[in-house]
Design a binder for this molecule. Structure first.
Ligand SMILES: O=C(O)CCC(=O)C(=O)O
Length: 311
């Protein structure tokens, strides 16, 4: 099949059967013990009733990444869906859809996005990393280009008690320049100015190595290969060794789910409890994804007091 026939053309996708969204129609298929579920019976192009919104929030907390098939959402509708779960983030680096700045464009022909082919949690270089994100497939290669998600809570649970205790009080630095180097994201003068502004506004930020989820209270490993550069207070070699162990540990197949995209697929993940990896196996074919990113709150670790949590 030619590449162009894979280009998302919403007129080729059968109209969704659902006209509204009723909670009774929501159906869930779990994909693995640790993470992931397919949700059917929801049309993301339509406003959600409060019951469906609550149901999706519950499902997100339980399964950590939700997949929806046969969706025909426009970027405006994708934004409206994501906004049900909170205000949206404006990315400091990525290009965006022309009149929808909250939707970032991940286009292999615009930026050489190999940086997503490593395990990462989105935007942890911010003081308040995103709650979650909604990713829509817009143009897919004929094969390849899968995405994997890992449960950082399942990975935490599998650590020994000794390691959990060792990690409990540690913090780590997260830096956007680690995955967005000026050499690739500053190729034009405009891009360079954008990058320099971002570096000024986003100095490296310190987060707990173990994050307590603000809604479930579950603990998650909160360092990622994309943005975490060092564990504070350790010698460089100790920090590198511990980070290497944690990155490898999170990426174990036992904690993950792998999604093979089809036209019309949308994924919605909890960025507080997961990491993901975009498989880079389809070059030179073209792939475009659109992402809406929902703002989150400041991470806190197990050692924090209730008073600090709310300050
Ligand atoms: O393109 C993908 O499948 C995943 C995108 C990604 O890694 C991201 O949005 O951070």
């Amino acid at each position: 099949m030619s590449l162009s026939s894979h280009h998302l053309n919403i007129s080729h996708i059968p109209s969704p059967v659902l006209l509204g969204n009723e909670v009774e129609q929501v159906d869930v298929t779990r994909l693995s013990p640790a993470i992931g579920a397919i949700v059917s019976g929801v049309n993301l192009a339509y406003p959600l009733t409060s019951e469906v919104e609550i149901k999706l929030r519950e499902l997100l907390l339980k399964h950590q990444v939700l997949f929806f098939r046969n969706q025909t959402i426009t970027p405006h509708e994708q934004r409206a869906f994501a906004q049900h779960f909170g205000p949206l983030h404006l990315h400091p680096i990525y290009p965006t859809v022309a009149d929808v700045p909250e939707i970032i464009v991940l286009d292999t022909e615009q930026n050489d996005l190999k940086d997503n082919a490593l395990w990462h949690t989105d935007v942890t270089f911010s003081q308040t990393p995103p709650l979650g994100a909604v990713l829509a497939a817009r143009h897919l290669p004929s094969s390849g280009g899968d995405t994997l998600w890992a449960s950082a809570t399942a990975a935490y649970d599998a650590l020994s008690e000794g390691m959990k205790q060792r990690l409990e009080h540690l913090t780590a630095l997260h830096d956007f320049t680690h995955s967005f180097p000026l050499s690739r994201f500053g190729r034009t003068e405009t891009e360079k100015q954008k990058w320099l502004r971002a570096r000024e506004q986003l100095p490296p930020v310190e987060h707990p190595v173990i994050r307590v989820h603000p809604e479930t209270n579950k603990r998650a490993i909160f360092v990622n290969e994309g943005f975490t550069t060092e564990i504070c207070g350790l010698e460089a070699e100790e920090s590198a060794a511990l980070l290497r162990f944690l990155f490898q540990h999170v990426s174990k197949p036992e904690f993950s789910v792998r999604w093979t995209w089809q036209e019309g697929d949308v994924a919605f993940w909890d960025n507080r409890a997961t990491q993901h990896y975009a498989v880079n196996d389809y070059r030179p074919h073209h792939r475009i994804m659109h992402r809406a990113t929902i703002l989150g709150d400041r991470p806190f670790g197990p050692a924090i007091t209730q008073q600090q949590k709310h300050s």
